[in-house]
Design a protein around this ligand. Structure first.
Ligand SMILES: CC(C)(COP(=O)(O)OP(=O)(O)OC[C@H]1O[C@@H](n2cnc3c(N)ncnc32)[C@H](O)[C@@H]1OP(=O)(O)O)[C@@H](O)C(=O)NCCC(=O)NCCS
Length: 164
């Protein structure tokens, strides 16, 4: 890929991209690769500076965000435009959002609930896989937004924690 990529921490100036992010996510959620996100949730993540967007020229090509639970900061919403995959963007988005999570200086554990392919990225970074019953039930609320909700706990979802 020759184009220059620009990774940006989100702010209110990125609210104009909510619809595009939602289109990218919905397409993958329908394929059971990730959970759906509402426009309200995406707008909140973006406005609260809890997301990272990546652009090629001025085209949005990827997204990742932080979501907050009582016990965790969860890294979620990772998606890369199909035309831009397998060139390191997903990995770089994950690295950037980890820095964002660490900058919160929170005692909460940093976790990722990934699918069986995307979990390769956090594994490469050093996240540790945990059994589903390791996690407080609060995080499984998101299953409501997943096509595989009826399969839980025997679904593609893999839980990982950031090593402390
Ligand atoms: C998962 C996703 C974000 C990866 O983005 P990407 O930019 O292609 O990922 P990268 O190029 O940074 O790849 C990083 C590593 O992930 C692995 N990987 C990525 N895509 C892979 C694939 N299709 N098959 C096997 N391994 C893959 C590789 O191990 C790669 O490491 P390597 O470069 O040493 O080979 C992208 O495929 C996507 O948007 N998928 C649909 C949505 C999704 O599944 N999101 C995750 C929700 S949990």
């Amino acid at each position: 890929m020759k184009e220059k990529l620009i990774f940006e921490k989100s702010s209110s100036k990125h609210l104009q991209f909510v619809e595009e992010v939602k289109i990218l996510i919905d397409r993958e959620a329908r394929k059971d690769n990730m959970v759906y996100q509402t426009e309200e949730a995406l707008s909140e993540q973006i406005m609260n500076e809890d997301a990272v967007l990546v652009f090629s020229e001025s085209r949005l090509v990827g997204y990742i965000c932080l979501e907050y639970w009582k016990n965790y900061i969860e890294i979620g919403g990772l998606v890369v435009d199909p035309e831009y995959r397998e060139s390191g963007i997903g990995y770089q988005l994950t690295v950037e959002v980890i820095e964002l999570a660490l900058s919160k200086k929170s005692d909460k554990e940093i976790i990722i609930l990934a699918n069986s392919v995307s979990c390769l990225i956090p594994k490469k970074i050093g996240f540790v896989v945990k059994e589903k019953n390791y996690f407080h039930s609060e995080v499984w609320e998101l299953c409501e937004m997943c096509e595989s909700r009826h399969k839980f706990p025997d679904c593609r979802c893999v839980g990982l924690v950031y090593p402390v």
